[in-house]
Design a protein around this ligand. Sequence first.
Ligand SMILES: [Zn+2]
Length: 160
Amino acid sequence: MDADISAWEQRSVVRVVPPVQPRKLAKVPFVELADGRLQGVVSSGSDIARVYVSSIAAGTHAYTCSTNNNRPCGGLYGAPCKHLRALADEAVLQYGLDRVARYLRVEVPAGGDLLGSLSGGPTRAPAAAVFARFLRHLAYLEVPDSTAPLAELHWFPAVR
Ligand SMILES: [Zn+2]
């Protein structure tokens, strides 16, 4: 698996990577490593209409969780809430532990847990930017299958 990852990383263009392991999309519909953060959208365990936007910053490991309307998550008492835990678990399924740990610049001891190895504390960050990326991601899922080029994706180099 490591050989595959490094081969992939040596390419100059980014391809869509299939998840390392199958993910539960209903629980964490969106997860990405972008803008210097592990970030994503996590469904509320209790209210089907509510989602949480959770993120962990690379380097500082400062983490945040709020609803998509910027209401702070009630589960953040000086430690990551269950949404951040779900986000971290799904990121590991999507990208593999090594890649997530490298992106966040965290040392995870052998057999250790990603969240338990972070050194940051809670911070406030607006959820809007992450939520907008999620909505754009959903919009692309609704684009009908077609071989015609999508104007918005022109800045991606074509991969053969
Ligand atoms: Zn939360």
